[in-house]
Design a protein around this ligand. Sequence first.
Ligand code: HEC
Length: 97
Amino acid sequence: MMLVAGGLWAVAAGCFAADSQANEAGRKAEQTACVACHSLRLIDSQRLSAAAWGKEMDKMVGWGATVPDRQILLDYLTSEYSDAKPVPNPAISVGHR
Ligand code: HEC
C-alpha cells in the first residue's frame, strides 16, 4: 500500500507543470462553484463544445451558481469534457453514484 501511494505521489509530482496547474485550478473551481445543487457526475458525463460549455455555464449562473473565474472553469470544462472525447462507459457512471 505504501509503495502504491509513493508511486502515485511521484507521478503527481512529475506532472506538476504549468499545464496541470491550470487544470488543477479548473478542477478546484468546478468543485467550488458546481457542487451546490447537483453531483459533479452530471457535469463530467457531458461531452460539449466550448460554445456549449459557455452556454451551460451561463445557464447555471442564471440559476444561481457563483463562478469566481469564468475563463479558468470554461477552459477546464472544454479541455476535460470536450465533445471530441468519448462518452464515459455507463457502467462506470452507475458504479460511482
Ligand atoms: C444553483 C444551483 C446550480 C448550480 C450552483 C449549478 N447547477 Fe448545474 N444544474 C442545476 C439544475 C437545477 C440542473 C438540472 C438538473 C436535472 O435536470 O436534474 C443542472 C444541470 C446541469 C447540467 C446537465 C445539463 C443541463 O443543462 O441540464 C450540467 C452540465 C450542469 N448543470 C453544469 C453545471 C456547472 C458546470 C456548474 C458550475 C459552474 C453548475 N452546473 C452549477 C443547478 C445548478
